[in-house]
Design a protein around this ligand. Structure first.
Ligand SMILES: [Zn+2]
Length: 374
């Protein structure tokens, strides 16, 4: 537990709190009575520009403080989100933030009081939060199982939510949040997608009878809870580890799925949920249109665009990269995508997009099944 407080007099004390999971604020410099600089560092390097921060601040007397977020060699990226309860979040008002693009810092004006104000790069979502959501899904859907599929680098349980039918071997796989700060697509988008698969709609009911679902709701729980910018607890970017499998988290998925496949499971599609500053888009393999492909992806995209106002941007990537979705096509010869939403996209739009994408995928795959194309 680390509490950083200013050196002000007792009745004039400002406390910066980093004692909760997911917190990140490495040190604090007091510039003057109401002016501070927070030093934010990555847990491991090298790392891309994804400077996660999360802390709470309170003051014994209500006041306005100025706080500069200094990321060292890295640059500001995420618009700070504010909350009093870690449930309802609001972006900081534009007039209360000034970004210095040359220095890469951001200076915030914060109204602080005795009520703890949480300030974070994105909505805070600890492993406990995600697992509470998993437990609620299972409470409402007895056909779902929460399986301990393996352990993390820190020897914590790592889970798969499995839905298995006696009558089918066809399966889809969902993987979420390899990268801790990527909550918009990696958690908000993923949850909405999964909830749509579990909805009480004609399409979803039929889909769940005809397909098994293996969902890994938070592949990097250690990284999320430690407030890492990118890596797992061993300092490895999990989404570059799908060729060598040096980490328990990626190894777990490999072992779990390959055992399912050895018992007859046929993985037909996989989605890996992320967030990018330039999202939304899908990363697809450059082999998307080859004859080998069952063309789920092009049909899915057409279905999305025909049934909504969403336009799908598909960016092609080489099949050789050690990314998660490459593993799926290289190992199971199935189609797979990286699903990227955007850092600052309205959360209702993120949820709606994931819902439409899930509905369209279910329709596309059910039609493929009906036409004996799987
Ligand atoms: Zn990512």
């Amino acid at each position: 537990m680390l509490i950083i407080s200013s050196c002000g007099k007792e009745k004039n004390k400002i406390v910066f709190d980093t004692s909760f999971t997911t917190a990140r604020l490495d040190s604090l410099i007091t510039k003057s009575e109401n002016t501070f600089e927070a030093i934010i560092k990555p847990a491991f390097e090298p790392v891309n520009k994804s400077p996660w921060f999360a802390f709470a601040v309170s003051s014994s007397t209500p006041k306005t403080i100025k706080l500069t977020l200094n990321y060292g060699d890295y640059k500001h990226r995420y618009i700070p989100k504010l909350s009093f309860d870690k449930k309802t979040w609001k972006k900081i008002e534009p007039q209360n933030i000034r970004v210095d693009t040359a220095k890469g810092t951001a200076t915030l004006k914060l109204n602080v009081s005795s009520k703890k104000l949480y300030v974070a790069a994105q909505e805070i979502e600890s492993s406990k939060d995600t697992y509470a959501w998993v437990d609620k899904m299972i409470e409402n859907h007895s056909e779902l199982k929460k399986v301990i599929a393996g352990k993390t680098a820190q020897n914590n349980n790592n889970y798969c939510i499995a839905l298995e039918n006696e009558s089918t071997k066809n399966s889809i796989v969902l993987i979420a949040r390899q990268h801790p700060p990527e909550i918009p697509g990696g958690t908000i988008g993923f949850k909405s997608f999964f909830e749509t698969l579990m909805a009480n709609s004609k399409t979803a009911n039929s889909f769940r009878k005809n397909f098994n679902i293996y969902a890994f709701p938070l592949l990097n729980p250690d990284g999320a809870d430690l407030g890492n910018w990118r890596h797992n607890a061993n300092g490895v970017d999990l989404n570059r580890d799908w060729a060598d499998f040096t980490q328990p988290e990626t190894k777990m998925v490999k072992n779990y799925l390959e055992e399912k496949v050895s018992k007859g499971a046929k993985i037909q599609f996989a989605i890996d949920f992320h967030t990018s500053y330039s999202g939304p888009y899908l990363l697809v393999l450059d082999s998307i249109n080859t004859v080998k492909s069952k063309k789920i992806i092009p049909n899915w995209i057409r279905n999305i665009e025909n049934n909504s106002n969403f336009k799908v941007e598909a960016r092609k990537r080489s099949q050789e990269l050690p990314y998660c979705y490459n593993y799926f096509i290289n190992t199971f010869n199935c189609e797979a995508v990286t699903y990227e939403d955007g850092d600052e996209i309205d959360r209702d739009i993120i949820k709606e997009r994931a819902k439409i994408y899930a509905q369209s995928l279910m329709k596309t795959m059910l039609l493929k099944l009906e036409n004996n194309e799987l």
